[in-house]
Write a protein of this length. Structure first.
Length: 182
């Protein structure tokens, strides 16, 4: 297995269409609370609007022989982006700064899991988010039934905050560690 990690510019996000749709189908297959909500979730309705609405985007794809086998998509967005007609993802007053970081989409094809690829992508994503000095709050949203992902993020230092949409989504959060310069 000879893997390549590539940061994907926003203009090339189309490359993620198939793998993003695979993530949505995977999440639906795990879900037991209103799984039908996934029926409207796909590359066009989830990834494209996120890219367009965020202030900064970061997508890394993993390729095996030029085939995309995994990706992680993170962004920095105004906190208000998380209070809309679909849901209020967190109490806006619990975030002091104007913007939040989010690890938004993450998927490794099944046969490539458990080799450390996810951990590498996770750390790349966190290193990117931490560059933004004016962002202190980081979020990850896990859909119901995906215990494996939930445990993965907990082991990486995220904490379960609360559930939204009657348990459809679990909100995990983590806070920027403020560095000490003296
Ligand atoms: C969640 C996900 C991205 C993790 O990716 P991954 O590549 O399997 O992750 P890793 O291999 O880095 O880590 C998985 C576990 O395998 C273990 N592992 C890593 N390398 C290993 C190896 N060579 N041999 C055995 N185990 C190994 C790790 O210890 C890790 O356990 P930890 O979480 O306690 O550290 C992946 O399972 C996935 O894509 N799932 C489906 C989609 C999904 O759930 N996405 C999240 C939506 S919110």
């Amino acid at each position: 297995m000879k893997l390549k990690y590539e940061v994907l510019p926003d203009e090339k996000i189309e490359c993620c269409r198939e793998i993003c749709n695979e993530l949505m189908a995977f999440q639906k297959s795990k879900s037991y609370i209103t799984p039908e909500l996934f029926d409207n979730m796909n590359f066009e309705t989830r990834l494209i609007p996120s890219i367009n609405n965020a202030v900064h985007n970061y997508t890394v794809v993993v390729k095996d022989d030029d085939q995309i086998v995994g990706y992680v998509y993170s962004n920095i967005s105004p906190k208000e982006a998380y209070s809309n007609e679909f849901a209020t993802f967190f109490d806006l007053s619990s975030v002091n700064r104007d913007h939040v970081g989010c690890l938004s989409q993450f998927y490794i094809k099944e046969e490539y899991r458990q080799y450390g690829i996810g951990s590498k992508l996770f750390h790349m994503s966190m290193d990117w988010i931490k560059q933004f000095d004016d962002v202190e709050d980081y979020f990850i949203y896990v859909s119901n039934g995906n215990t494996n992902a939930l445990e993965f993020y907990k082991r990486k230092g995220f904490t379960v905050s609360h559930d939204i949409l009657d348990g459809f989504i679990t909100v995990l959060r983590s806070k920027r560690e403020i560095g000490c310069n003296h």
